[in-house]
Design a protein around this ligand. Structure first.
Ligand code: ATP
Ligand code: MG
Length: 183
C-alpha cells in the first residue's frame, strides 16, 4: 500500500510528523507532496520547496524513519481545482490511499474515487502552520511546536529574520537601511 499525504508544510510541524508516523503504521510507503511548491517568501508561505524538503527529510532521519519508505516531491499550484488531482498524479508515483484533513483536498480526491482518510487531529490549535508563523512574528515560543531538526533548518536559513523582514511595509517612512538595521 502506498499513501499520499499532501500539504504546504509551512513549516513542517509536530502535527505533520504525527500524521506521517500514523500513516506508516498501515502503509508500506508514503508520498509526502509539498504543495504550492513554487511559492516562498510570503507570510503564508515563507519557505521554499527545497527548504521544506530539508525540514521533512532531516526530521524523518532524526526520528529513525526508514527513508526508503518515504518519497518527498514538490507539487506546484495550477490554479484549476478540477484538474488538480490529475496534475498531482503526473508528479507522484501511483498511490492507493490519500490522507488529508483539508476540506478542498478531501473533496477533490473523493471526486476522483480515491480512498480518503482523515487522520485524527493532533493538538490542532497549536500544531498549525498559521499558529507557528504567528508565533515567529510575535517572538513567542514556536520551537516547541516543530521537530528539533525542523527548527535547526529554520535557523540555518535565517528563517525568523526572513519572516520579520517580509512583513514590513515600504509605505511607512522607514528607509530600507533603517529596516535592515532593526532586524
Ligand atoms: P496552515 O495553517 O499553513 O494551513 P497546517 O498546519 O494546516 O498549516 P498544512 O501543510 O496545510 O499545515 O497541512 C497539511 C495536511 O495536514 C492538511 O490535510 C491538514 O489538515 C493536516 N494537518 C495539519 N496539522 C494537523 C494536525 N495537528 N493534526 C492532524 N492533521 C493535521
Ligand atoms: Mg492547512
Amino acid at each position: 500500500m502506498r499513501a499520499l499525504y499532501i500539504g504546504r508544510f509551512q513549516p513542517f510541524h509536530l502535527g505533520h510528523l504525527h500524521v506521517v508516523k500514523y500513516i506508516l503504521e498501515s502503509s508500506k510507503e508514503v508520498i509526502i507532496a509539498i504543495g504550492s511548491s513554487q511559492v516562498s517568501h510570503t507570510i503564508q508561505n515563507p519557505f521554499t520547496a527545497g527548504e521544506r524538503f530539508l525540514m521533512i527529510k532531516k526530521t524523518l532521519e532524526t526520528e529513525g524513519v526508514d527513508l526508503r519508505r518515504v518519497h518527498i516531491l514538490p507539487v506546484p499550484d495550477i490554479y484549476r481545482n478540477a484538474l488538480w488531482v490529475k496534475h498531482v498524479e503526473t508528479i507522484t508515483p501511483p498511490f492507493d490511499v490519500v490522507y488529508a484533513n483539508e476540506p478542498v483536498t478531501v473533496r477533490l480526491f473523493k471526486e476522483s474515487s480515491y480512498d480518503v482518510r482523515g487522520p485524527e487531529f493532533y493538538k490542532r490549535t497549536v500544531y498549525s502552520g498559521e499558529e507557528i508563523r504567528n508565533r515567529i512574528l510575535k517572538a513567542a515560543d514556536w520551537e516547541s511546536l516543530v521537530p528539533k531538526a525542523t527548527a535547526e533548518v529554520i535557523k540555518d536559513i535565517d528563517g525568523v529574520a526572513r519572516l520579520l523582514e517580509i512583513i514590513k511595509s515600504d509605505k511607512k517612512e522607514t528607509s530600507y537601511q533603517e529596516m535592515s538595521n532593526s532586524v
